[in-house]
Write a protein that binds this ligand. Sequence first.
Ligand code: C2E
Ligand code: CA
Ligand code: CA
Ligand code: CA
Length: 279
Amino acid sequence: AKENGRNLSQFFTREMNDEATERRALETALHQALEREEFVLHYQPIVDVQTGNLSSCEVLLRWHQPEYGNVYPDKFIPLAEDTGLIIPIGEWVLQKACREAMIWAKKTDTPPGVSVNMSSRQFQRINVVELVQNTLEMTGLPAERLTLEITESLLIVDDETVIEQLHKVRELGVGLSIDDFGTGYSSLSYLRRFPITTIKIDRSFILDLTSDSEAAAVVSAILSMAQSLNLKVVAEGVEKETQMEQLRKGGCEYIQGYYFSPPVPIEAFRLMVLKEGPM
Ligand code: C2E
Ligand code: CA
Ligand code: CA
Ligand code: CA
């Protein structure tokens, strides 16, 4: 047993070294990713489920790393947050998204809105109001077409400067959406204290929606609460027709998920924008 223990601990040390090495290599690569233009944005449609029309989209960052291949955000966003690289990367995402959204505006009378993920670190480290205001001025995108997706974790840090930024961003006319709703902090008091416009029901509830009556109860409670508070609701991670149907009947207005489309490159999304009528 003693020997086993030693082998095991050697094994773990080696594993951890590999992980640390991998992390360092990834960090070096991440430092160069912006200037080497290795990032691209993908767009996932958010569909008005009552009409079937494309309403807006979520912007999702993709990293094509020449050596490691495609690195997904769940892997590199936490690293970007830890290293502070999320600041320049986040700026790039916002500017690129607003610029690209302006291109569609010229091609259709009903250009979709864009939702951009914001890290809590951005609100804690920089003035997001200035960033957003400058970006809107620079690109000419009307504020009403932009929504920032934030997480519940940002709303529970009781930080005056964060709270003020959220109010000012909203005053510009930009929407504020709570991402992964239902997975975080359980008090809902922040829904009244912050100028939220939209909530996005987390995928985990949608996954169990048609098989688990408790998940279904949570979803319908969220829907009726949102209605009383006059908030828009987006259901995330909708993959099946049965889920879509149940949400539609329950009065959910917006749906996002593989059922309609996965996140796609700009060229493919452009075709969806140009295609008039239901998706
Ligand atoms: P998120 O904001 O919750 O984004 C939704 C994730 O669910 C995306 O993963 C999307 O590809 C995936 N998804 C969409 N529909 C379905 C579906 O029907 N089924 C399943 N199984 N998955 C679906 P992705 O693109 O890998 O992004 C992961 C997370 O990385 C995002 O979660 C977000 O928190 C973060 N992220 C992505 N882009 C950015 C960014 O530009 N800035 C920041 N700060 N975070 C980002
Ligand atoms: Ca999101
Ligand atoms: Ca989400
Ligand atoms: Ca998430």
